[in-house]
Design a protein around this ligand. Structure first.
Ligand SMILES: [Zn+2]
Length: 593
């Protein structure tokens, strides 16, 4: 259900000096409004109005949460069941369905109510990797390390063929290979050097680094902003060339395509396989219409480079391989797991505080740190609250998303269904603009539930402990969080950063003007090694860090649920006015005609 546009703008204006004339208007209107709407407006004022200077911090409850979370933690038990027991969780796959069912049933087991799955819409094909192997047959027999790229079709059993190195930069390059690729195994993509590892691949934040995060992000001037049009043109040119190449290879009967595994940060991409969107030869490989029809796999860089160098030096190489994969449906839907600890205060129980992370992963490891960690920490946080028998004033809701890795689909779908969505902009983005680069949006239309979502807390940066929280530019919330974390200094939680942090599901909430946050976590080896790689397994998890994170999350949930007022929000988003508001003032140069 949508709420009236003028209602929302009034609520925002009540907090701003610029709208001083509005209370009278609001009063005149209010007479005509129903009682319910007047009540809703009262509520709305609490998230746009002034906040109390002092927070009511219940240290006895902090102590109980710390005791339960640090002495009786179940987080590693959740970790084992999810990462080892289920394994990788590609959205749409049978394992993802298992993980949805397991989280729903486990949340019920630990005492949550209303545990269920919510369908956020069609995702694409169901797929799983059964087995992938390759070896160089000649001139020097060697096992080669690779894994199927997600949604790759299977080879017809074990196949063998001569390898060809295809370096594709321009349409002219493609011509060179015409008529020469039938029955071949194509190495597609440039070789790359393996950078020296001169910095540790594993690290925690230093005090100085955390201190630095307390400053606002230094803005990038417009002059220095990336040229979106150019980036887009480059992307489109390469994508078009790739489509052309794949078509030609399919027509000629290429047996399989092998691509090189990309680098991690700081040289962490050695001896490892990153298998994610970057390994896909099509932007929407999960959708049948845009799927890659040639079996394809991503190979560890050292093996790829050896094959590439031999081929460039005109040494014939024969490879034998078997990419064994299985499709389990053409139009699979995606689901989020949702469960609750119902609120008990008659006035506040309809308001909701949420916690979550994405449950889906890529495929080469078991998705333990990305984002098994965020999922099990959220589960442990609500377990702690249940174990302590807490009867929260507001409803506490956990949501474990899917489709995050392909574009935040699960949380975007949830937000759209529950809280609001943007109308189409009269000025569309250039055709082919990927979702993350779209700039034009129409007005935001919100629902009744939008009024009652208090805050959403997310965790999705690996196994590292919580060192603080990003306020996502929510200026009014900083002093509240600062008071909440002051008693957690001994656990290493010290930093309130005004910065935005991106790339994950809190953005779906933030986009529609709801308070959505992500915690600052110690980096560990997430960016360098585990993120989307075959190293992302249970072994990389750090039990104490996860226990600590669950304690912090449980405290944030508790504080939010018991707080008198709702959490302050950023101003109501008006993307439809963005162009007009940033348009240059005409005739500003002296002597301009
Ligand atoms: Zn993630």
């Amino acid at each position: 259900m949508f709420i009236a546009r003028n209602f929302v703008s009034r609520s925002i204006c009540s907090a701003t000096i610029a709208c001083l004339a509005l209370p009278n208007l609001a009063f005149a209107q209010k007479k005509a409004d129903t009682h319910t709407e007047a009540k809703a407006e009262k509520k709305a004022e609490s998230y746009y109005g002034p906040q109390p200077a002092a927070e009511n911090v219940d240290l006895t409850m902090y102590a109980r949460i710390r005791d339960e979370g640090l002495r009786h933690s179940h987080v590693m038990q959740f970790a084992g069941a999810l990462a080892d027991g289920i394994g990788p969780r590609l959205t749409g796959s049978p394992n993802m369905a298992k993980a949805n069912a397991w989280t729903r049933d486990t949340l019920t087991k630990i005492g949550l109510e209303n545990a269920h799955l919510e369908d956020w819409g069609e995702f694409g094909m169901g797929w799983q990797q059964i087995n992938t192997w390759a070896r160089m047959v000649s001139p020097d027999p060697e096992p080669l390390w690779l894994q199927a790229a997600p949604w790759s079709p299977a080879t017809k059993g074990t196949v063998s063929g001569e390898a060809v190195f295809v370096d594709l930069q321009t349409a002219g390059d493609l011509e060179k290979y015409k008529g020469k690729l039938g029955g071949k195994i194509v190495l597609l993509g440039a070789m790359r050097t393996t950078p020296d590892i001169t910095e540790p691949l594993f690290k925690r934040y230093t005090d100085a680094e955390l201190k630095e995060m307390e400053n606002a992000q230094t803005g990038q001037g417009r002059a220095g902003a990336p040229n979106i049009a150019q980036l887009l043109a480059d992307r489109q040119r390469l994508a078009a060339l790739r489509v052309q190449a794949l078509k030609m290879m399919e027509e000629e009967g290429v047996l399989a395509i092998i691509t090189p595994s990309r680098d991690g940060g700081s040289g962490g991409g050695t001896g490892i396989i990153f298998d994610d969107n970057g390994a896909n030869l099509s932007r929407n490989a999960q959708v049948k219409e845009s799927a890659v029809t040639i079996p394809n796999a991503v190979m560890m860089i050292e093996h790829y480079n050896r094959l590439g160098r031999m081929l460039q030096n005109k040494v014939p190489v024969t490879i034998e391989l078997n990419i064994e994969t299985k499709f389990t449906g053409d139009h699979e839907h995606g689901f989020d797991t949702v469960a609750e600890i119902p609120g008990t205060d008659p006035k506040l129980k309809d308001q909701v505080v949420m916690v979550g992370g994405h449950l889906d992963s890529w495929i080469s490891g078991t998705g333990a740190t990305d984002n098994g960690a965020g999922s099990i920490v959220a589960m442990e946080a609500v377990r702690i609250l249940k174990a302590l028998g807490i009867k929260p004033k507001r409803t506490i809701r956990i949501a474990l998303w899917s489709g995050e890795e392909q574009g935040l689909f699960g949380s975007l779908g949830y937000v759209k269904q529950h809280f609001g969505d943007f109308e189409a902009s009269p000025i569309p983005d250039a055709p082919g603009t990927p979702a993350f680069m779209r700039q034009n949006r129409g007005p935001l239309k919100t629902t009744k539930e939008w009024e009652t979502l208090d805050a959403y807390y997310n965790l999705d940066n690996g196994t590292g402990m919580v060192r603080g929280v990003y306020t996502q530019g929510n200026f009014a919330i900083a002093p509240i969080f600062a008071q909440w974390i002051a008693p957690l200094k001994d656990l290493g939680v010290t930093t309130i950063s005004p910065r935005n942090t991106g790339g994950t599901d809190h953005l779906s909430f933030d986009a529609v003007g709801l308070p959505g946050f992500q915690f600052i976590q110690d980096p560990m080896d997430y960016e360098t090694r585990t993120h989307h790689s075959d190293m992302d397994t249970y072994d990389r998890l750090h039990a104490y860090d996860l226990e600590q994170a669950a304690v912090v999350e449980a405290i944030f949930l508790y504080n939010t649920s018991e707080r008198e007022a709702m959490m302050p929000r950023k101003p109501y988003p008006h993307p439809e006015n963005e162009r007009q508001m940033t348009a240059p003032i005409p005739g500003i140069y002296p002597n301009a005609k």
